[in-house]
Design a protein around this ligand. Structure first.
Ligand code: PMP
Ligand code: GLN
Length: 426
């Protein structure tokens, strides 16, 4: 007997783009510029913190459900300055299993079945999955490519918002476009939000330290009048190159965070104690001078600035039309002019599918960006991510949805250079 998954999950129960393309990277033994994980070992002070913390007395027991005391206190010290307001470590902070669990909890706690959740598209695909699990209805507002990178027209946002909008999902620096929202853009968004006092904002800031040139990361909670309705989400994964640790945190007003702390008890109850202790040490250490820079954060920014330039120039040299990102570790590029014939599902993958070696979302079989990325993996051994994966359910309906692929530059300089050399098209 075939058991049906719950109706609200039918759209999202198939394999995501990560399952298909990470597997493809293994099968073709290719260079994986797909999933965004740094391919180097974390800095020495991070590894040392994990060794030291795992040797501490009493550290291998369940942690306090809302977060290990040393970590919530260190988060408070580190973020009071950035968020420019007092933080109560016990009531305003929640430690989660990565930013992923933070996003899930925020949506499960505040969205009733049928409530609308507005996402700025393209958007990190996990948002759509979590919205579905909560029984919410995702509505999109598109970022549009322009002279100065991707732009959001506040009047589009205004048109999509209604008293039914329970949550607005914001993300800066933005995955996948690399856009960094400016204070002026956020003031415009805040103007629209003021008409809808019941709408909560979930502000995903996991790439907070990865901003380039003269851009500045602006936490949405710092915009006047927005602090009390904003749930800010962070992750140690990107900042310390430890995506496998899965430690994230939420900061917000206690009225918003207390119910999330309540929900945490029923999901994972608590997060790995010794890793939380280690992150507390890392947050302290990261403020100190590092490798000739004023702090670990400045060093990280410099490193990524160089990697961005290697991949951007390399993609241009290969004939792509990349868009220079202002933040994050991703570059979007147009690709259709290079190999228009690569719009078909590759035969090699078809046979892998038949042999059960790979598992795909069948709806994507005809998508041009998926097929370009699949063919690129088979022919050039370089794995990218098709951007229609970040379009929720409108990848078929929106003409722009299949226009780009995404490359990640959180990889060694040598690997980035090697990947670009492999992408010379004849
Ligand atoms: N938000 C965005 C925008 C991301 O790109 C990711 C990917 N890692 C996450 C959240 C999830 O972060 P974590 O790995 O800490 O769960
Ligand atoms: N956030 C990372 C990316 O966009 C990883 C995504 C994931 O594994 N779910 O590449």
């Amino acid at each position: 007997m075939k058991h049906k998954v719950a109706g609200r999950l039918q759209k999202s129960s198939g394999p995501s783009v990560w399952l298909e393309f990470s597997r493809l990277a293994e099968l073709v033994e290719g260079i994986n510029l797909g999933q965004g994980f740094p391919d180097w070992d974390p800095p020495e002070f991070v590894v040392e913190a994990s060794i030291k913390s795992s040797k501490s007395k009493g550290i291998h027991r369940y942690a306090r459900s809302s977060g290990h005391k040393n970590l919530v206190e260190e988060i408070t010290r580190s973020y009071e300055e950035r968020l420019k307001h007092k933080i109560n470590p016990l009531a305003d902070v929640l430690v989660t299993v990565g930013a992923s669990e933070a996003l899930y909890l925020a949506l499960m706690t505040y969205v009733n079945p049928g409530d609308e959740v507005l996402v700025i598209e393209p958007a990190f695909d996990l948002y759509y999955g979590a919205i579905n699990m909560a029984g919410g209805v995702a509505k999109g507002v598109s970022l549009k490519p322009g002279q100065d990178g991707f732009q959001l027209d506040p009047s589009d946002l205004d048109k999509q918002m209604s008293p039914k909008t329970k949550v607005l999902m914001l993300n800066t620096p933005h995955n996948p476009t690399g856009k960094v929202f400016t204070r002026d853009e956020y003031l415009e968004i805040a103007k629209v939000l003021k008409k809808y006092p019941n709408c909560i904002v979930v502000s995903d800031e996991v790439y907070e330290h990865l901003v380039y040139d003269d851009m500045e990361h602006i936490p949405f909670a710092n915009i006047p009048g927005m602090g009390d309705r904003t749930i800010s989400v962070y992750s140690a994964g990107k900042t310390f190159s430890i995506t496998g640790w899965k430690i994230g945190w939420i900061i917000g007003n206690s009225d918003l965070v207390r119910p999330l702390q309540g929900c945490q008890q029923w999901v994972v109850f608590s997060v790995a104690t010794h890793l939380q202790e280690a992150i507390a040490m890392c947050l302290q250490a990261a403020k100190e001078p590092y490798q000739g820079e004023s702090s670990y954060y400045s060093w990280l920014r410099e490193e990524y600035t160089q990697k961005r330039s290697i991949l951007f120039e390399g993609l241009k040299h290969s004939g792509f039309k990349p868009i220079l990102p202002q933040g994050s570790f991703f570059i979007l590029t147009e690709y259709e002019h290079l190999k228009p014939e690569w719009d078909h599902f590759p035969d090699t993958e078809n046979s892998m599918l038949e042999q059960g070696k790979i598992y795909i979302n069948p709806a994507t079989r005809s998508y041009k960006d998926y097929n370009f990325a699949r063919n690129l993996a088979f022919n050039n051994s370089v794995v990218s991510i098709p951007v229609s994966a970040f379009m929720g359910y409108c990848a078929e309906s929106s003409p722009d949805a299949q226009r780009y692929v995404r490359f990640a530059f959180c990889k060694s300089d040598a690997l980035l250079r090697h990947a670009c050399k492999k992408m010379i098209f004849s």
